[in-house]
Write a protein that binds this ligand. Structure first.
Ligand code: SF4
Length: 201
């Protein structure tokens, strides 16, 4: 059975779903079955609320300063479980910050506005910008939403900035230096920092 909670870089990570509308050329999922302490992050089916609750009970969060929703899928593909899990963690560990790593496509995935869905529960968002324009985004992220996806990411990021205390954008260093500079400009215009992540195989 796949790990629902695992430790990576000293922090608890939550792997609620394997669903994702993208097939990014740099996706870590194609490199290994697991990361950190997880042997496998591939669920046979996405976990139920009962299974998630049992996994939360079985993990010692007591010393964690931050827990991260990430795993081998897009957390907003399991929005209801994401909300329930965040709520439970905030109730049990009010001093522990919660971060969501997302591709920013929650609105298109759920066909409704989703930026505010975790207001009061989540402290930070890391949103994948990945490219300086819609065509390049589609080339790299190969989302099933086509070129409409890029604008949706920007809109989501803008809305998150007005709701959550900490929001950053990210890109992977598979793009050119000129594209990185363009991404930095977009981030600046949005008033958000851009974190460059190193591509690992
Ligand atoms: S959005 Fe994330 S999980 Fe989905 S394919 Fe891209 S890198 Fe992989």
């Amino acid at each position: 059975m796949a790990d629902i909670v695992y430790t990576f870089a000293g922090k608890p990570y939550l792997n609620l779903t394997n669903a994702c509308p993208c097939a990014c050329t740099f996706c870590i999922r194609s490199a290994a079955d697991g990361v950190g302490t997880a042997q496998s992050l591939w669920h046979q089916r996405d976990p139920s609320w009962e299974e998630i609750k049992a996994a939360l009970e079985g993990y010692d969060f007591s010393r964690a300063r931050e827990a991260v929703f990430c795993g081998y899928g897009e957390p907003f593909c399991a929005l209801e479980m994401l909300q329930k899990t965040a709520r439970r963690l905030k109730e049990r560990y009010p001093g522990m910050a919660l971060r969501v790593n997302t591709n920013g496509l929650g609105d298109l995935i759920n066909q409704k506005p989703t930026a505010a869905a975790l207001a009061g529960l989540v402290d930070a968002f890391s949103i994948s910008l990945n490219a300086p324009n819609a065509a390049r985004y589609q080339e790299l992220c190969r989302t099933r939403f086509g070129e409409a996806a890029f604008d949706a990411v920007l809109r989501f990021a803008r809305e998150c900035k007005s709701i959550y205390p900490k929001v950053i954008l990210s890109a992977v260093d598979v793009i050119t230096p000129a594209e990185i500079a363009q991404c930095r400009k977009i981030a600046e215009e949005l008033g958000l920092p851009l974190r460059l992540r190193h591509f690992t195989t």
